[in-house]
Design a protein around this ligand. Structure first.
Ligand code: ZN
Length: 133
């Protein structure tokens, strides 16, 4: 569902992906987009920050064992109530990058040492640090 207007954009999309992997990808995308993170809650899976003059909020929610939803919400720091021009540039960029990374992460392997399910694209197991490539 997308809501545009008032200098902001809200969107939520549902993905079939492991929750931990989704969170990892969100952090990667946030770093890549140079989102200035002001608050990062690794338990509630929330990020608040900014890109330039916009406030960015990202949330990850678990829907069931296989699916989770990614919510991206941007708005101008100064709300322009007279402007209903869509401001979805950052939201689109976020989902595009997220979905590209998701494809890269789609393949999983089991870590030979700790048996964690890990992405096939990592060089080191994020759980135990074993080099897997
Ligand atoms: Zn491991």
């Amino acid at each position: 569902m997308r809501i545009d207007g008032a200098g902001g954009c809200f969107d939520n999309r549902v993905y079939e992906v492991d929750f931990a992997v989704a969170w990892q990808i969100i952090l990667l995308v946030a770093a890549e987009m140079a989102i200035k993170i002001e608050e990062q809650d690794n338990e509630a899976h929330l990020i608040s920050g900014s890109i330039g003059k916009k406030i960015v909020n990202i949330a990850l929610q678990k829907l069931d064992e296989e699916t989770c939803q990614v919510i991206v919400d941007t708005r101008r720091k100064v709300l322009q109530i007279y402007s209903w021009k869509p401001e979805e540039k950052e939201v689109n960029a976020f989902y595009e990058s997220f979905e590209n990374k998701l494809k890269e992460f789609a393949a999983f392997i089991l870590c030979p040492r700790c048996r964690s399910k890990i992405s096939s694209s990592v060089k080191f197991c994020p759980e135990c640090g074993l080099q897997v490539k």
